[in-house]
Unconditional design. Structure first.
Length: 164
């Protein structure tokens, strides 16, 4: 009996060292916080990023980036989600290009300088082999510190080669 069940292996890596983001308004890649993608393959991913801010008015934005271009044959999409200054309001941004989320307007937590969490999840495919990684930027002149011990990225290949 034929089946279309797939054995998908999920991989996980944690951010090895803390990362400081500034307001240069260009995303900062961390090559330890990503994965190597093969051209044309489709990957699902989920990142949980924890961070602190130097001021309660400091916000952050996170996305993914790649050394390759997005594969236009596969609709790339991911969601960036975090709380705003009160812990009850959630900002959810759909992204369809590398480095595209809106900046947070303030640190997303009731205690605005610590214990902030952002999640990224979605699907991506690249047109040539290359690195795909989590990126981030600070909103204002203050700094955002991404916490290494509790920021993780999970990913897996979800397409399946055609049988001969």
């Amino acid at each position: 009996m034929a089946t279309n069940n797939k054995f998908i292996v999920e991989r996980t890596n944690a951010l090895k060292t803390a990362k400081t983001l500034t307001a240069s308004y260009s995303y900062v890649d961390d090559e330890d916080f990503g994965f190597y993608a093969k051209a044309g393959e489709v990957y699902a991913f989920e990142a949980v990023i924890t961070y602190t801010a130097t001021a309660g008015t400091e916000g952050a934005a996170f996305s993914i980036n790649s050394s390759s271009a997005l594969n236009s044959a596969v609709f790339p999409t991911w969601i960036c989600e975090f709380n705003t200054t009160d812990a009850t309001t959630v900002v959810r941004t759909q992204c369809i290009a590398f480095n595209t989320p809106d900046h947070g307007t303030a640190s997303p937590n009731a205690f605005p300088t610590a214990a902030n969490v952002c999640t990224l999840q979605g699907i991506v495919s690249v047109s040539t082999d290359g690195f795909v990684g989590v990126t981030g930027i600070a909103e204002n002149a203050s700094q955002i510190s991404v916490v290494a011990e509790s920021s993780v990225l999970k990913w897996s290949r979800i397409d399946w080669p055609t049988e001969a």
